[in-house]
Design a protein around this ligand. Structure first.
Ligand code: DAH
Length: 363
């Protein structure tokens, strides 16, 4: 457990390292992963008829800031680098914030087609679809001049679109899809793919033509290619009707027994939902206040019993210019009823931590 002056990894997050839901049999995250691997194995073969894409599942989550940011041309002042957004192990190491952190090392090794699945970590808000640990899959494909009709970004884009539309349809069925312009420092052009599913447009993946400067850093300027990154929880939640991201971490058999390897057509049948308990907390925001620091503290204290943290009131004091915020914390267990005493105790711990450690002035 990292503990130096530059570390901001709480025990509750460090505990998740090594759980590897993407390697757990019959787990929804693993089921989606295997489905995608099989899709690529079927659709892309090498000259010997073997799967073209190599798969990597076991890269450890602590990476250097060079791997996670610099190799990908992320600017030094990018907000994603800040300790409010990223878990630092020490000054030079982070818990990877995305699987893109492994692109460059594999490209340098000379790999041309690969998929990397891994646990990723981000400091974030708290609600049904955000959790400090989640899983992504990275896909990268480089082409030699002979492998494309023309050695141009347009030809790469065309292949990217065809491949990823096929992938998404293999998961979600024959749904409307649309490509949306996006921005990532490491691709140009960059695109997101959205699918119309369950009545709304869902962002499914980020992708693009790999930036020539990334290839330069990897000594691979003889090739051009595409890359994509897909959030697995997000797919699993819509595909299996899983209403809360915390469920992926439960050991409750009533959840786990509803899924089986190779089956992406079943829907999650919720077991009884336990009642929520709401608690409000109001404080003056100190200078440099960042909501992620507050959420991280709540998550740290309440673990998976916290379902949501939302601002319900805020105002700025006319004379002092100080900002006051009231947050509502929703506590709910996925597995059992909570007692008033335990929630009162958690809330008291949150209050104490916030005033003594974070030095927020409670109101
Ligand atoms: N790393 C991006 C993220 O976490 C996703 C992504 C976008 C990956 C574009 C890619 C890519 O490889 O080309 O938001």
């Amino acid at each position: 457990m990292p503990s130096g002056p530059h570390s901001n990894v709480p025990a509750g997050v460090w505990d998740k390292v090594g759980r590897n839901l993407h390697l757990q049999r019959n787990h929804p995250i693993q089921i989606i992963k295997s489905h995608i691997y099989q899709y690529f194995a079927r659709s892309h073969k090498d000259m010997q008829g073997m799967p073209l894409f190599r798969t990597y599942d076991e890269f450890p989550p602590v990476v250097t800031t060079t791997q996670n940011f610099d190799d990908l041309l992320v600017p030094k002042d990018h907000p994603g680098r800040r300790p409010t957004d990223t878990f630092y192990v020490d000054q030079a190491h982070v818990l990877r914030t995305h699987t893109s952190a492994h692109q460059s090392e594999l490209l340098r090794r000379g790999e041309n087609a690969f998929l990397v699945t891994a646990d990723c970590y981000r400091r974030d808000e708290i609600d049904a679809s955000h959790y400090p640990v989640f899983h992504q899959m990275e896909g990268v494909r480089l082409f030699a001049p002979s492998e494309l009709a023309s050695f141009t970004a347009e030809a790469v884009l065309e292949d990217l679109k065809r491949t990823l539309e096929g992938l998404v349809r293999s998961l979600l069925g024959d749904v409307p899809l649309r490509w949306v312009d996006a921005y990532f420092p490491f691709t140009h052009p960059s695109l997101e793919l959205e699918a119309f599913f369950h009545g709304s447009w869902l962002e499914v993946l980020g992708s693009g033509v790999i930036h020539t400067d990334v290839l330069k850093l990897c000594d691979r300027t003889d090739r051009i290619g595409w890359a994509f990154g897909i959030g697995i929880e997000r797919i699993a939640m819509v595909l299996f009707d899983v209403p809360d991201i915390r469920l992926f971490w439960t050991q409750d058999k009533r959840f786990l027994e509803q899924f089986s390897d190779g089956n992406i057509s079943n829907r999650f049948k919720p077991f009884s939902k336990y009642p929520p308990v709401y608690k409000d907390i109001t404080f003056w925001c100190p200078p440099g206040f960042h909501e992620n620091d507050f959420c991280s503290a709540v998550r740290d204290i309440a673990g998976d019993l916290v379902e949501r943290v939302q601002v319900i009131d805020e105002f700025t004091h006319g004379k002092t210019g100080r900002q006051s915020r009231c947050y509502r914390i929703t506590y709910r267990s996925m597995e059992r009823s909570l007692t008033n005493t335990e929630i009162d105790e958690l809330q008291q711990n949150v209050r104490t931590h916030v005033s003594q450690e974070l030095r927020y002035e409670l109101r």
